[in-house]
Ligand binder design. Structure first.
Ligand code: 5GP
Length: 184
């Protein structure tokens, strides 16, 4: 854990603890980027970023990739404030890129129940990409309600509500450089 992480933790009274320190995240993101660069060496993939939670992950991942690639954004929501899933999945912003025949890598912040990404995969599959895979920073396997194949996973985490590194609680805490757990 870095001094900055500890300092930020002290200044955030609603945070219980740091689950993944910022240095561990940076190291793991570089490893994932190496794997992606190797696996997509013969193509130009489209990285589909799911807003808003995955924007920090994408920003770090894209700068560690050593292959040509494109980035596009989608906004899809299943949480509307608080920490409980509503089961409602809604597209708030669609892609600009035509992904037909393209190698698509969906970049997600967290796969929890899997309902959101399952819906998204079904929808993207109808557009006939050449390949469609998922890269998620965090995986909460114990919360899963839909079996989802994850090509790249940063960290498996316990079934707790986490914030930081793009993930929010009521739109706050996205800026924290680490993944932390809220006080309940
Ligand atoms: P799922 O549909 O897999 O249950 O949830 C997907 C979305 O719910 C994620 O993309 C994320 O926006 C939100 N989510 C799930 N678990 C957490 C969590 O622990 N913390 C935060 N901040 N968001 C979460």
């Amino acid at each position: 854990m870095t001094w900055d992480d500890e300092d930020l933790l002290r200044k955030s009274p609603n945070l219980e603890r740091i689950l993944i320190p910022s240095l561990d995240i940076q190291q793991r993101v570089r490893q994932l980027a190496n794997e992606v660069s190797r696996d997509y060496a013969d193509t130009v993939p489209v990285l589909v970023n799911i807003l808003k939670g995955a924007f920090v992950f994408l920003a770090d991942l894209t700068r560690c990739l050593t292959i040509p690639h494109e980035v596009d954004f989608m906004a899809i929501s299943s949480y509307h404030g608080g920490t409980q899933t509503t089961g409602v999945v809604k597209i708030e912003k669609d892609l600009k890129t035509n992904i037909t025949g393209r190698d698509v890598l969906v970049v997600e912040d967290i796969v929890d129940t899997g309902l959101t990404i399952n819906y998204l995969l079904d929808m993207l599959q109808t557009r006939a990409p050449r390949s469609l895979r998922i890269c998620t920073l965090l995986d909460k396997p114990h919360a899963r309600r839909k079996e989802i194949p994850l090509a790249y996973t940063g960290f498996e985490i316990p079934n707790e509500f986490v914030i930081g590194y793009g993930l929010d609680y009521d739109e706050k805490y996205r800026n924290l450089p680490f993944i932390g757990v809220m006080k309940s």
